[in-house]
Design a protein around this ligand. Sequence first.
Ligand code: CO
Length: 144
Amino acid sequence: MPGVLTDIDHVGIAVRDLDAAVAWYERTFGASVVRRERIESDGVDEALLAAGTSFIQLLTPFTDTSPLARHLERRGEGVHHVGYRVDDCAGALHAVRAAGARVVDEHPRTGSRGTTVAFLHPTGAFGTLIELVEVPATDVPDAG
Ligand code: CO
């Protein structure tokens, strides 16, 4: 059986100062911002920087009620989650639930840049918050 994960879509990193973090990634790695977006439903602002065919997703809360604000308070800055690309988010979610994984999202929902996403709970996943990401084909960056 082929696995459901086709690539690493992004590494989500929680930061307190989005502009400072973007500037650091630009200066240090020559990385470029390909998109900035406010995700109202999650209470976060994100900046996506290209890393090959994947992204670095810098995240900061724009409101104190954002779950990410709580996360920053309790855990500080750093890696927040890993987003794995899948061809079919609903199918992948069904498969991982059938395999016994605990999920945060019972059903796929809309993520940033028109993706369809679902989160798995870090409990039972060896401490990592995992996001399944179905990307519109036109939004995968060109390799090289
Ligand atoms: Co993400």
